[in-house]
Design a protein around this ligand. Structure first.
Ligand SMILES: Cc1ncc(COP(=O)(O)O)c(C=O)c1O
Length: 382
């Protein structure tokens, strides 16, 4: 029987397909060591690091099952608290709180701390999980133009909200550029606003201790809420809050994604903990990766590609046209290179791109192969 709801759903999928915007979950790429993987966020290749894997196995002590309840009901293993202690030290924060993912952290933090009378000022290119958290909170959302401090100041000045939060990604996930954190902190002071940053793509990469852009910019102490993920450079799973003990207590009492969801399995936390300890002991890895990314960007520019404002390991290669972005990604895949096409609505209209996610596993030979493939594409497509 045809129901109106399924008719609409089917129609919408057809429309997306016709516009080359249909999303699909790809098949696993297989384990061929010959493939060049520029599609993961395991920036420091810790998923393939023997020391981290061995330490994770030791910490997990053979426990493969889950946490068996929400963390507020029961902590099956002491590892979650240990990881929170490690994260708080790394971030030089009063406290840290573990969530089940970066997504869960963003929605849990924003839903908990903001109310209908809070004004939230968000960069237009912030991650979707930030927007979803703001929606859940019911707060009034004002989006400022990407990294545009004059626009942010204008919106703050025009707002009569009694409480204000500025929220920004520190490294933007699809553009690979950095937020001007020192300017944001200054603007926040002028307008009595609290600052929240999402360090998902900066954690492990930026700053002398690898703790993120807040550290690199010298403003960590002035940022009230530092959120991060354990799913990118850490190569595990989980999200976290780093900030004051007061805010941690509040989140434990109000974050619905924390309270009403089963905690992470000990085996996952064991990997996270082993990886974070490894990163803290090897803080130079991020700088090595950034140097490789700079060299790769130079070569893309040499071929005439636009990498937007990227200054990090995330290197977009602008294609603009949605169908052409898909075609380039498929062309690269045939040459053994995995690099996704990213299209609207994940990025703004007419800015479809290949998102090259550079990692320490990317060798000079692989770089040569990727640049050769892109040169061939250019010569065939003008
Ligand atoms: C900026 C940003 N924040 C949050 C998330 C969500 O993190 P996770 O994948 O750990 O849920 C992501 C990942 O997609 C992200 O890019």
């Amino acid at each position: 029987m045809s129901l109106p709801i399924f008719d609409r759903i089917s129609r919408e999928l057809d429309e997306r397909r016709a516009l080359h915007l249909l999303r699909a979950i790809p098949e696993p790429p297989g384990t061929s060591p010959k493939r060049i993987d520029l599609a993961t966020n395991s920036y420091l290749a810790l998923h393939d690091n023997a020391a981290v894997t061995a330490e994770a196995g030791r910490l997990a002590a053979g426990v493969a099952y889950g946490n068996l309840a929400s963390r507020l009901i029961r902590n099956t293993s002491p590892l979650a608290r240990e990881l929170e202690g490690e994260l708080a030290q790394w971030k030089n924060a009063g406290a840290a709180l573990l969530f089940n993912s970066g997504y869960a952290a963003n929605i849990g933090i924003l839903q908990a701390i903001a109310t209908r009378s809070t004004g939230i000022f968000a960069d237009r290119l912030n991650h979707a999980s930030i927007i979803d958290g703001i929606r859940l909170s019911g707060a009034k959302l004002a989006r400022y133009r990407h990294n545009d401090m004059a626009d942010l100041a204008r919106l703050l000045a025009a707002s009569a909200a009694p409480e204000k939060i500025i929220v920004t990604d520190t490294v933007f996930s699809m553009d690979g550029d950095r937020a001007p954190l020192a300017d944001i902190v200054e603007c926040a002071k002028k307008h009595n606003a609290c600052v929240m940053v999402d360090e998902a793509h900066a954690t492990g990469i930026l700053g002398a201790n690898g703790s993120g852009l807040a550290e690199e910019s010298g403003v960590a102490a002035a940022i009230d809420i530092r959120m991060g993920t354990l799913s990118k450079a850490v190569a595990g799973l989980g999200g976290f809050f780093a900030g004051s003990a007061l805010l941690r207590d509040y989140l434990v009492n109000h974050s619905r994604s924390l309270i009403y969801s089963t905690g992470l399995p000990a085996s996952v936390i064991a990997f996270d903990l082993a990886a974070v300890r490894y990163l803290r002991a090897n803080p130079q890895l991020g700088a090595t990766l950034l140097a490789r990314a700079a060299s790769f960007r130079d070569k893309l520019h040499g071929l005439g590609f636009d990498t937007l404002a990227s200054t990090t390991q995330i290197v977009p290669c602008l294609v603009s046209d949605d169908a052409e972005a898909l075609a380039l990604s498929a062309f690269l895949a045939r040459r053994g290179i995995d690099a996704p096409a990213v299209r609207p609505p994940t990025v703004p209209p007419h800015t479809a791109r290949i998102r090259f996610s550079l990692t320490l596993a990317f060798t000079p030979d692989q770089e040569t192969a990727v640049i050769a493939a892109l040169a061939d594409w250019k010569s065939g497509h003008g």
